[in-house]
Design a binder for this molecule. Structure first.
Ligand code: B1M
Length: 208
């Protein structure tokens, strides 16, 4: 029988049995948020630490990431659908950055909380962010950045929003491992999400 600890280890190992274990936990009555908070996220934390220390290489990290995404897809419907009444959030990972697990998680929780979410994917240029905000009449633009080399695309996008005359209408929230609240303030974002749940809380505050 699967438990949180064994699922966490499967994420670390990139073991494709993780989806069956996630399903077993769901069938056994485990809450989606507990699966996320007690197995999936702690598993990716270990992967990150091992990548940093050189104990894991990119292909292994990729396996873990794919495994994590497959498990997230299983719990996604259980995080609820809120009907989109709180406002429209356009969200994506910045240009040059292919990390999308955290951004997808934020998108899922926003949708569950009642936002209409337009998830643009990863590697999104400032021009494409602006075009999507226009097209979808966005209330909030969410940008995720995981690389110190590419997070300058965030202030570039904020400038592009200003140039398009949209900055007064569209609030901006940013997040991702190298981003901090101080940096977010410095580059002129309206909010910073330290994690997915706090990101949702900040979006609710922005709409209040
Ligand atoms: Co990469 N990677 N990676 N990687 N990778 C990091 C980010 C890194 C910190 C690893 C390390 O060195 N310890 C490091 C960045 C260092 C830096 O710049 N500061 C790094 C590097 C260097 C790289 C490459 C350059 C490696 C190389 O090729 N030499 C390369 C870059 C490729 C590119 O993007 N152009 C690369 C590639 C990859 C993989 C493809 C193998 C894979 C990504 C797969 C995918 O996403 N589909 C990968 C992974 C998996 C990681 C780590 C291990 C895990 C990231 C993750 O998914 N975490 C990561 C180490 C780490 O972060 N500790 C690392 C789980 C996820 C739930 O958390 O994304 O932080 P996170 O999101 C959180 C919060 O940040 C927040 O909420 C989320 C949930 O709590 N949040 C928001 C995120 N976005 C938000 C937006 C919001 C609000 C909150 O509002 C809009």
């Amino acid at each position: 029988m699967a438990d949180f600890e064994s699922l966490k280890k499967m994420i670390i190992d990139g073991n494709d049995g993780a989806t069956a274990a996630t399903q077993q936990l769901i069938d056994g009555g485990a809450a989606a948020r507990d699966i996320l908070d007690q197995a999936l996220l702690p598993g990716m934390d270990v992967v990150g630490a091992e990548m940093k220390s050189g104990d894991k290489f990119i292909p292994e990290v990729l396996l873990s990431a794919r495994t994590m995404q497959a498990c997230l897809d299983l719990i996604k419907p259980l995080l609820g659908e809120g009907g989109g009444s709180l406002g429209t959030v356009v969200i994506g990972t910045v240009e040059g950055d292919m990390h999308d697990i955290g951004k997808n998680l934020v998108a899922m929780l926003l949708s569950g909380a009642g936002f209409e979410v337009v998830n643009l994917g990863k590697g999104i240029t400032p021009a494409d962010f602006v075009a999507a905000c226009k097209e979808h009449d966005a209330d909030i633009l969410g940008m995720s950045g995981l690389l110190t080399t590419t997070i300058p695309k965030i202030p570039e996008t904020i400038q592009a929003l200003k140039d398009a005359g949209l900055r007064d209408k569209v609030k901006v929230i940013v997040g991702g491992a190298p981003v901090s609240v101080e940096w977010a303030n410095e580059v002129g974002a309206d909010a910073y999400g330290a994690n997915a749940s706090l990101g949702v809380e900040k979006c609710k505050e922005l709409m209040a």
